[in-house]
Ligand binder design. Structure first.
Ligand SMILES: *[C@@H]1O[C@H](CO)[C@@H](O)[C@H](O)[C@H]1NC(C)=O
Ligand SMILES: *[C@@H]1O[C@H](CO)[C@@H](O)[C@H](O)[C@H]1NC(C)=O
Ligand SMILES: *[C@@H]1O[C@H](CO)[C@@H](O)[C@H](O)[C@H]1NC(C)=O
Ligand SMILES: *[C@@H]1O[C@H](CO)[C@@H](O)[C@H](O)[C@H]1NC(C)=O
Length: 635
């Protein structure tokens, strides 16, 4: 019956349907003690929920049979803009779908239109839980940067306003600057959670949904909240919420959004560390009481395990001819699997017992990193004589080839800007949006791979965590590369996510100039950063721009802004460098949102290069390096 209803409604227009587009589904694995009792209780709670939403016109309802031996707690939530009939159809669809979790005593189904969940214990107060994810559509919009800015603005406002709104629901829209596109967005929290849980949940959802733009639509799902945006109207104009009174200062201009975004962004890493601790606690608790928490159980997946001998034959026994490159962590080989798929196999040069012990857990973390600007880890092999990592293969190879290697001059300015923007987004995700704050520590042009469309993908992230503590510092030459490494990290080993911001700034200067950062040229006896700073100080920084670029392809103002952002990223002290999410905002904002004047970076004296010598001990390399940094006089 329910299925028939679904089909009938599916053919109707977007604005009047129960929105049975399945976003997420999970079952818990634990069996109730007496299934027949449990299911009769479940049936009773479902009919209770159904009557609340159909006859009492509720968009949110809970029901439970808690006083029996096999208790059931259930909750349904429809988006507020659904009519009663559509809410009920969405609920019915969810009920039929949730029955697939046959012997489970907990399950959830999330559609665009509604959310149904039941458990054998109370969960109404749960906000954000592991298993929270972004779910993106597959259409992309044309004016990506303007769209991105508009989406950020709308979602930031919703994140701020929704916890303060009675009923925890808001729908709003915003026109994309200089286009005919409109962004529609909604957010919703479960009515039974606290205001602060709603806020925390939406903060996580906001971070998760960042993987979606420039896709035309995206959602973030979690136990206690929901966030969705689209370029297509999915609610009527008269159903929008006036969120302005809840924004504080009655505003909502894009400038303000950017500032709020920035402030939130800089707290991101900290917040995620807190979230991680919370998760750790929760997962420990769920081990003690293995009931209920399906959200964690169903999501964090392990990497695929490959057989050593399959990878060995795929790479022709790790032959020289298949070798793609040599990195700090080991050599990389091109491989062709029996099914014809082409992969890249990294043979790790790490063999400490700690690395082997940590390998599985670290690889599990890395394999759950999904972002369009980060290389996908497909799987690993840990049973053979070497630890092997299997990655997606990028036919275009690394960015350095296109800047100053054999394909110099092949990239136009638009492609270069997209690469800069993509790297910034990938790093912002690693630092602030993934549930563990990952600092890359070795951002450089040869670690940026390009896909078939010349979109950048950052490689080699997360691996440094496999190194023993004392080896992860520059004294071994392992993490960090001369010229790209932030001075405070190179000299004092001070590590923060701003170390990546610095290296990003250097890569941007390389992209703009087509020059290697740590080489002098015939025209200039200075390293790239020093040259860039001097040209900027004299107001002639356009002289830095790669001569192979067609001057008709870019606006001088835009190019200057990019160079100034790169210089901001290389400033000292560390606190003056922007976070990567602030960089993303700066890159897409127009000139009027003034880029702050960069201050002078710490420059490396060219006569006394920072030592990067494997043989020196940590303490002596530190003192040598300190001596070789010179602050230039005057600002
Ligand atoms: C489940 O409970 C019902 C009634 O409480 C009882 O009749 C039935 O035998 C129980 N089933 C099992 C498998 O224990
Ligand atoms: C619960 O409802 C389903 C679907 O209507 C039915 O198949 C099942 O037999 C019911 N279970 C109990 C214990 O009443
Ligand atoms: C769940 O069950 C329904 C009805 O039997 C079926 O149509 C649907 O494909 C199932 N879904 C999954 C994910 O197994
Ligand atoms: C909203 O607009 C629709 C037509 O677009 C109309 O049918 C409906 O009654 C309106 N709702 C309210 C609350 O004004």
């Amino acid at each position: 019956m329910a299925v028939m209803v679904v089909v009938a409604f599916m053919s109707e227009s977007a604005m009047s349907d129960p929105e049975i587009n399945l976003l997420n589904k999970g079952c818990s694995q634990y069996n109730a003690t007496n299934l027949s009792n449990f299911f009769s209780n479940l049936n009773a709670t479902f009919s209770d929920l159904r009557s609340q939403i159909s006859s009492q016109n509720k968009k949110f309802a809970t029901a439970q049979k808690a006083s029996t031996s096999d208790p059931v707690y259930a909750m349904v939530q429809c988006r507020d803009y659904l009519s009663v009939a559509h809410c009920v159809s969405c609920f019915d669809a969810a009920v039929s779908q949730i029955r697939n979790c046959s012997a489970a005593n907990g399950a959830r189904v999330i559609y665009d239109g509604c959310f149904l969940r039941y458990e054998s214990n109370g969960f109404y107060d749960q906000g954000t839980l592991p298993g929270n994810v972004g779910v993106c559509g597959n259409r992309t919009v044309s004016q990506a940067t303007a769209f991105y800015t508009a989406v950020q603005g709308v979602l930031t406002n919703l994140k701020i306003a929704t916890p303060k709104i009675n009923g925890f629901f808001a729908a709003t829209k915003s026109v994309v600057v200089s286009s005919s596109t409109t962004v529609y967005a909604v957010s919703q929290c479960a009515e039974t959670i606290s205001e602060s849980s709603c806020q925390d949940c939406l903060t996580v959802a906001y971070a998760n949904i960042q993987i979606c733009p420039p896709n035309a639509d995206g959602r973030a799902v979690d136990a206690g909240c929901f966030l969705r945006y689209s370029d297509t109207a999915f609610f009527a104009d008269n159903q929008t919420t006036n969120i302005n009174p809840f924004l504080g200062g009655g505003g909502g201009s894009s400038k303000k959004n950017a500032i709020i975004g920035g402030v939130v962004g800089s707290g991101g890493c900290l917040l995620l560390i807190v979230a991680m601790i919370l998760w750790h606690r929760l997962s420990r608790r769920s081990k003690l009481a293995p009931r209920g928490n399906i959200l964690g159980a169903s999501k964090l997946q392990g990497p695929a395990i490959y057989r050593y001998k399959d990878l060995k034959s795929a790479t022709k026994n790790f032959s020289e001819e298949n070798k793609l490159g040599e990195g700090g962590f080991g050599d990389v080989y091109k491989g062709t699997l029996e099914n014809g798929n082409i992969i890249a196999v990294k043979k790790l040069a790490i063999s400490s017992s700690r690395a082997k012990a940590d390998f599985e857990s670290e690889v599990k973390i890395i394999s759950n990193v999904h972002h369009r600007n980060l290389i996908r880890l497909l799987g690993c092999s840990n049973r053979g004589p070497d630890l092997l990592l299997v990655y997606e293969y990028m036919a275009n190879g690394s960015l350095d080839r296109f800047l100053y290697g054999e394909r110099k001059g092949a990239l136009n300015w638009k492609q270069r800007f997209d690469i800069i923007f993509g790297i910034a987004r990938g790093l912002a995700y690693l630092h602030e949006q993934f549930h563990v704050c990952i600092i890359h520590r070795d951002i450089k042009s040869s670690n940026i791979l390009l896909d078939d469309d010349f979109q950048p993908k950052i490689a080699d992230f997360g691996l440094v965590r496999l190194l023993p503590e004392d080896q992860s510092h520059l004294s071994t030459g392992f993490a960090g590369t001369l010229g790209y490494t932030a001075p405070e990290y190179a000299v004092h080993g001070q590590l923060s996510e701003k170390v990546d911001t610095y290296s990003f700034g250097i890569v941007v200067l390389e992209i703009v100039s087509g020059r290697r950062c740590n080489e002098m040229t015939t025209e200039s006896t200075e390293f790239l950063l020093e040259q860039a700073w001097k040209l900027y100080k004299d107001g002639i920084h356009l002289k830095l721009v790669d001569e192979t670029l067609d001057t008709n392809e870019y606006r001088g103002e835009e190019m200057k802004k990019v160079i100034e952002i790169a210089l901001m990223c290389t400033q000292s002290p560390v606190s003056t460098r922007p976070t990567m999410s602030e960089v993303v905002v700066l890159l897409v904002s127009d000139r009027s949102m003034e880029v702050k004047k960069p201050t002078q970076p710490t420059l490396i004296d060219k006569d006394k290069k920072v030592h990067n010598d494997t043989n020196t001990t940590t303490s002596s390399s530190t003192s040598n390096a300190t001596a070789s940094f010179t602050e230039f006089a005057g600002r």
